[in-house]
Design a protein around this ligand. Structure first.
Ligand SMILES: [Zn+2]
Length: 333
């Protein structure tokens, strides 16, 4: 009985080790979601209530938004050539049909490794939910991801690429360890934010637990200007951090002391996702935003000699299966 239990344990350990080696070295396949996701919410800028259904999609189709409320239900693919505005949010459009504030949902797809999905909406703006990607992450995790039959391809940066706007810049460098690393600095004149820095090598868990729930933010002093320009109509303390003269207005406080820079990293992930392939690179960003992030995307696409498309890179930083930790088993295999 004891021997058969030992055999069984060895068998399970070998299976776990095989999985570990696969995720470390194996080819990563494209993924979609396992089942449909439906929800509704308010658009941050339009204030419109929008109903959303996210559906699984075939390999090599990427993320496509479909405006179900418009004649002919036009499809708007989340690709760089369809970016039509980057002021305060990222807006995609085709032949006058647009969908805006897509960056947090796109970041959730990118951060969780969902390559292909269809997003049906009956309004012009993706719902803001709580101002972060938390809700999208929870719902995608709840239905699960489905492994597809074609390998995922990555844009592997080989030569540095830089975009800048006065003192703001984004520098793209070859990766440190076959993964995406983001080093982000912000420097606001407002004393409540001031300087914040965030640097991580990304895996699904880093995205989920360290970036995904960071909320968008704005200054109380800008609210009147935004509303006069037809923006932030749906904005409230339920979906944004609002910064007053010396403190934030949200009674629940911050989710992280450096939530502001973490949200900028979330935006960056959503913005670079419109490349259509995950990046294997190190991004060094200083005071960037949607507009400069989009300049980076355009610069990457205009410089194909600075990168190559490759299949065999593991985005997920390998983690040792918990069942092996503390058992001394690794030395035995
Ligand atoms: Zn944002």
């Amino acid at each position: 009985m004891f021997l058969s239990w030992c055999n069984y344990l060895n068998y399970k350990i070998l299976l776990l080790w095989h999985d570990y080696c696969f995720f470390k070295n194996g080819m990563k396949m494209q993924q979609t979601i396992k089942d449909a996701i439906t929800f509704s919410g308010i658009g941050l800028h339009t204030g419109c209530r929008v109903n959303v259904t996210i559906l699984p999609a075939p390999e090599d189709t990427g993320v496509t938004f479909i405006r179900k409320d418009l004649p002919g239900s036009p499809a708007i693919k989340a690709v760089a050539s369809n970016v039509v505005a980057t002021s305060y949010a990222t807006t995609l459009g085709v032949n006058g049909s647009t969908v805006s504030t897509v960056e947090h949902l796109l970041a959730a797809f990118y951060g969780l490794g969902v390559d292909n999905a269809v997003v049906e909406l009956d309004g012009p703006e993706a719902p803001i939910m709580d101002g972060s990607a938390s809700f999208f992450i929870e719902r995608i995790d709840a239905v699960g991801r489905k492994r597809q039959t074609r390998p995922r391809r990555y844009i592997v940066i080989k030569k540095p690429i830089k975009v800048f706007d006065r003192d703001k810049y984004v520098l793209l460098l070859p990766a440190l360890d076959n993964a995406l690393t983001i080093d982000y600095n912000i420097d606001f004149s407002h004393s409540f934010i001031a300087r914040q820095s965030f640097s991580r090598m990304f895996s699904r868990d880093v995205f989920r637990h360290e970036v995904g729930s960071a909320r968008t933010f704005g200054f109380l002093s800008d609210v009147e200007m935004l509303k006069a320009n037809g923006l932030a109509k749906g904005g409230s303390l339920d979906n944004a951090i609002v910064i007053g003269e010396t403190d934030i207005l949200n009674e629940e406080g911050l989710r992280y002391p450096d939530e502001f820079v973490r949200h900028k990293v979330l935006d960056m992930m959503g913005d670079v996702s419109i490349l259509g392939y995950p990046l294997i690179a190190r991004i060094v960003a200083h005071r960037s935003g949607h507009a400069l992030n989009y300049e980076l995307v355009k610069e990457i696409l205009q410089r194909p000699n600075a990168w190559e498309l490759a299949e065999e890179f593991a985005m997920e930083a390998p983690t040792i299966p918990q069942a092996l930790v503390g058992m001394g088993s690794l030395a035995l295999i």
